[in-house]
Design a protein around this ligand. Structure first.
Ligand SMILES: [Zn+2]
Length: 584
C-alpha cells in the first residue's frame, strides 16, 4: 500500500518536474544535440561523459555507468534512501504523498526535537562548570569556544538526570529508548549515557541525529554511540561535517580522522578541514557524502595495526568514489589531537605536505616493509604483490608506478609492465592500454598480441588464402618481425598459389626467420584452422570497437558548439550500441 502511494507520487513528480531542474543546479550542463552534458558528479572526470536526456527524463554517465531518473539522481547525489528522495522532491514540487510512509518526514521531527532537548541538557551541564565533565574537557584542553561550536556536553554519573528532565519536557519513554538516550529494564528506564563527554552528531542539514559519548576516566566502552534509529544511520553520516564542510571546500581537501576528539582537537588547533567516520569502517555512502565537498582526502589514522587496516579500506572506498587519497600516520604523539597540541598548526600542515603518501605509494611501502627484496624468494613475492596493486590502476597511473617501483626496488621494468598490462584478460578490460604504448614507445607488446600475430602467420603458411583474408585485419601484425613477414607475403603473394618457403626465406632477415620458425613451432592449430582464424578476426574487431568507443567519447567531449546536433545524436547512439555490445 505504502509502495503504491510512493509510486503514485513518483509518477506525479515526473509529470510535474523536469529532470533538468533537478540536475542543473548541482551539475553544470551544456546542450549537446537534443541532450545535455556535464562532468559526472559520481566519478572523477575532466571531460564530460554525463548525459541528461530531457525527452526521456533520465541521466546516463558513459564513464561510470551511473543511470537513472529524477529520483535515482536525488538518491545518489544527496545520499538519500528511496523514500527520503521522494519526500525531498515531493516537498520541493508540492506533491502529496498519501500513505503512512508519507508521515515519516513529519514523524522524524519529534525525534530530532528530543535529541535537541537532550543536547541542550548535556550542554547546560558542562557549561555549569566545576564538575567532572568540565574538568575533563579542561584537562583535554577544550576551549569554551570549541565546546560551543560543536555543542559538546556532559552526561553525569546519575541514573536518571537526563530521563527525568526529558520526561518533564514531554518526551516519551519509548522515544528515549528508541533514540538510545535511555535503557529499559522491566518498566523502569534509566540514562544510557553516564559519566561521559557527549558529542552530538549533527547531519549536514543541521539536525541532531545521535550522540557519541566518551567515558570520563576509566570504563568500558571507551566510546558509546547512539544506536541506529529512524533518524540515525551511521553509514550515511560523518562527524563534524556540519561545521567543517565549508572549510573543506575552502582548503580543497579533507582530513579524515578516527574520532571525535581528533576532529575537535584539530579544529581548535586551527586545522579546520577535518571530519571523522562514526566509529565504523568508512562506508561507500560516507565517501559519496564527502565527495560533494572535495575530491581530495588525507586519511589521518593511528599508526597501529587497526589504523593501517582502516587506511587500506579507506583508500579503496574513497578511490571508488573517484577521490584522490593519501595517507598520513602521525607517529609523534599517539594521535592527531595530541600532535597538534604538542607541535601546533604549522607543523601539522608541514607534516601533511611532507609525509602524507599518495595511496599507491602507501600500499607499495607497506608491501616493501613485508619482504626483503635481497632474498630471491621474497623478492618474487614482493613483485607479485606490487603487480596486484598496479593492476587496479588506470593505465597511465600504472605506467608511472611501474617505472618508479622498478627504479626504486631494482626489479625489471619490462617484466613488471608485461605482468601488469600484458596478459590477455587484463588488457581486454583496459581499452586505454594502447595509450601506454603511445606514451612509452619501448613498451613490450603483450603476450596475447604476439600470439595473435603468430597464429595468423602460421595460418598463412598453412594456406595462403588466409593471407588474402587477413588483409582486412592487417593491424594484427604488430611486432617488427611480423611486419617484415607481412611485407614478404605481400610481395610474393599470387592468387591460388601457396607460398614457397625457400623463396620467402630469401626475403627475410635473421630475426624475421627466427620469428617465423618460432611461430611454426609454437602455434598448434589442432586441425581447427577456420576457428582459429575467426578468433583472430573477432579479437581484432573487439580492439577496434574499444578504440572506437574511446574515439567517440573524445569527439563528444570536444564537440560542444562545433558539431551539429545530428552528428552528436548519431555518435551518442553509436556509443551506446557499442557499449551494449560489450556486455553481450
Ligand atoms: Zn560517471
Amino acid at each position: 500500500m505504502a509502495q503504491n502511494s510512493y509510486s503514485a507520487a513518483v509518477e506525479e513528480l515526473k509529470s510535474r518536474c523536469n529532470i533538468l531542474d533537478v540536475v542543473s543546479p548541482v551539475v553544470p550542463l551544456k546542450r549537446a544535440g537534443s541532450n545535455y552534458k556535464g562532468c559526472c558528479p559520481f566519478h572523477k572526470e575532466k571531460t564530460p561523459s554525463f548525459v541528461v536526456s530531457e525527452s526521456r527524463q533520465t541521466f546516463h554517465c558513459f564513464g561510470c555507468g551511473a543511470h537513472g531518473d529524477i529520483v535515482g539522481f536525488t538518491m545518489r547525489y544527496y545520499n538519500l534512501s528511496f523514500p527520503e528522495a521522494v519526500e525531498k522532491l515531493a516537498e520541493q514540487y508540492g506533491v502529496q504523498i498519501e500513505s503512512d510512509f508519507a508521515d515519516r518526514g513529519k514523524k522524524r521531527e519529534p525525534y530530532y526535537d528530543a535529541n535537541v532537548k537532550a543536547a541542550r541538557l548535556f550542554f547546560k551541564a558542562i557549561a555549569k562548570g566545576r564538575n567532572e565533565g568540565y574538568g575533563y574537557a579542561e584537562r583535554r584542553g577544550l576551549s569554551p569556544e570549541t565546546i560551543k561550536t560543536f555543542g559538546i556536553g556532559y552526561a553525569d554519573k546519575e541514573w536518571n538526570s537526563l530521563t527525568a528532565e526529558l520526561r518533564k519536557e514531554g518526551v516519551s519513554a519509548d522515544m528515549m529508548v528508541e533514540l538510545g538516550l535511555a535503557s529499559q529494564k522491566g518498566d523502569r528506564i534509566y540514562d544510557k549515557f553516564r559519566s561521559r563527554l557527549m558529542f552530538p552528531i549533527i547531519n549536514t542539514q543541521g539536525k541532531i541525529i545521535g550522540f557519541g559519548g566518551r567515558i570520563i576516566g576509566e570504563g568500558e566502552p571507551k566510546y558509546l554511540n547512539s544506536p541506529e534509529s529512524l533518524v540515525f544511520l551511521k553509514k550515511n553520516n560523518l562527524y563534524g561535517l556540519n561545521v567543517t564542510r565549508s572549510e573543506i571546500q575552502k582548503e580543497g581537501f579533507a582530513i579524515l580522522v578516527e574520532g571525535y576528539m581528533d576532529v575537535v582537537g584539530l579544529y581548535q588547533g586551527g586545522v579546520k578541514n577535518v571530519t571523522a567516520s562514526l566509529g565504523t569502517a568508512l562506508t561507500e555512502q560516507q565517501a559519496r557524502l564527502l565527495s560533494r565537498y572535495t575530491k581530495k582526502v588525507v586519511l589521518c589514522y593511528d599508526a597501529d595495526a587497526a589504523g593501517v587496516k582502516a587506511a587500506l579500506r579507506g583508500i579503496d572506498v574513497l578511490r571508488a568514489a573517484g577521490m584522490d587519497v593519501s595517507v598520513l600516520h602521525v607517529d609523534d604523539g599517539k594521535d592527531p589531537d595530541e600532535y597538534i597540541k604538542k607541535h601546533g598548526r604549522d607543523d601539522f600542515i608541514k607534516l601533511i605536505n611532507e609525509k602524507a603518501l599518495p595511496d599507491v605509494d602507501y600500499k607499495i611501502k607497506l608491501i616493501a616493509r613485508k619482504y626483503d627484496v635481497r632474498d630471491v624468494a621474497q623478492s618474487v613475492k614482493f613483485f607479485r604483490a606490487c603487480v596486484g596493486v598496479l593492476k587496479t590502476l588506470p593505465p597511465v597511473e600504472a605506467e608511472i608506478y611501474i617505472k618508479k617501483i622498478a627504479a626504486e626496488h631494482g626489479i625489471s621494468e619490462g617484466a613488471l609492465r608485461s605482468e601488469v598490462t600484458g596478459e590477455g584478460g587484463a588488457q581486454q578490460e583496459r581499452p586505454a592500454a594502447e595509450s601506454i604504448k603511445a606514451a612509452a614507445p619501448a613498451a613490450e607488446i603483450s603476450e596475447s598480441d604476439l600470439k595473435l600475430e603468430k597464429t595468423l602467420i602460421r595460418l598463412i603458411m598453412l594456406n595462403s588464402s588466409y593471407y588474402e583474408r587477413s588483409k582486412d585485419i592487417q593491424e594484427a601484425f604488430v611486432s617488427d618481425e611480423a611486419v617484415g613477414l607481412k611485407n614478404a607475403f605481400e610481395s610474393q603473394y599470387s592468387e591460388g598459389e601457396q607460398f614457397d618457403l625457400d623463396r620467402l626465406k630469401d626475403a627475410l632477415d635473421d630475426e624475421e626467420l627466427e620469428y617465423l620458425a618460432s611461430a611454426m613451432k609454437q602455434i598448434q592449430l589442432a586441425g581447427d584452422d577456420e576457428k582459429a582464424f575467426e578468433d583472430c578476426v573477432y579479437r581484432i574487431e573487439e580492439k577496434r570497437r574499444k578504440a572506437r568507443i574511446e574515439e567517440i567519447k573524445d569527439i563528444l567531449s570536444m564537440a560542444f558548439g562545433s558539431a551539429g546536433s545530428d552528428e552528436i545524436n548519431a555518435l551518442t547512439l553509436e556509443l551506446s550500441e557499442l557499449s551494449q555490445n560489450k556486455k553481450r
